[in-house]
Ligand binder design. Structure first.
Ligand code: HEC
Length: 193
């Protein structure tokens, strides 16, 4: 009987043993970490047009009057302000205070002071160094209610090149509440539209 088959079998087993050994040792050295969250999250709320095309049209939003809104099925800010809650807006606006002061001293932080921001010219608050993008925007715009509504939906999209590192408030009623709160930050609040 030839020993050749046994030798071949032996060699195969030896390779298998070495492979298992390497696998075992490398498991000891390199701890496996299962990701706790998926590698990336597709934020559907960040794509209002895509969502809008799937969502059924909102009955209380007349399509003709929504030019100032990012999404076609959102009621105009003039309507939403009628039911807006400035106190709720103050709570939502807590996220802004990381960068903005709301105090009537007009202090600048990472962002410009927001006291008296309604109906102000964008990029005009004293002592704040604005981006070129915001300064250019101010040449043709005013922070009226509708402009604030669009800006706060998606700051980067509305004012290209501006340096406010904030993703935006996606919920229309959150924006209305925050804008109602911003309106209150004044010695003489602007009349409601
Ligand atoms: C991560 C910091 C940061 C956060 C959070 C932030 N902002 Fe800003 N914001 C800025 C900066 C910086 C600017 C100036 C942008 C520029 O010059 O391009 C700015 C500009 C603005 C302006 C324009 C003001 C002007 O004088 O023209 C408004 C209005 C505004 N922010 C509102 C808000 C509101 C409301 C919130 C919360 C919902 C918010 N921001 C959250 C940093 C921030």
């Amino acid at each position: 009987m030839s020993l050749q088959p046994n030798k071949i079998l032996g060699a195969v087993l030896a390779v298998a043993v070495v492979a298992f050994a390497i696998d075992f040792v490398s498991d000891q050295i390199f701890a496996k970490q299962e990701p706790t969250a998926p590698g990336y999250v597709v934020d559907m709320k960040a794509a209002p047009t895509a969502v809008a095309s799937q969502a059924p049209a909102d009955a209380k939003a007349p399509a003709a009057a929504t030019t100032a809104n990012a999404s076609a099925d959102v009621a105009p800010i003039a309507d939403r302000l009628k039911t807006a809650d400035a106190a709720a807006g103050e709570k939502t606006a807590k996220v802004c205070t990381a960068c903005h002061s709301f105090a009537n001293t007009g202090d600048n932080k990472v962002g410009p002071g927001l006291w008296e921001v309604v109906n102000r010219k964008p990029g005009s608050h004293e002592g704040f160094k604005y981006s070129q993008g915001m300064t250019t925007f101010g040449e043709t715009h005013t922070w009226d209610f509708a402009t604030l509504d669009v800006y706060l939906t998606n700051p980067k999209a509305e004012v290209p090149g501006n340096k406010m590192a904030f993703a935006g408030l996606k919920k229309p009623e959150d924006r209305a509440n925050v804008i109602a709160y911003l309106r209150s930050l004044s010695a003489n609040p602007a009349p409601l539209p």
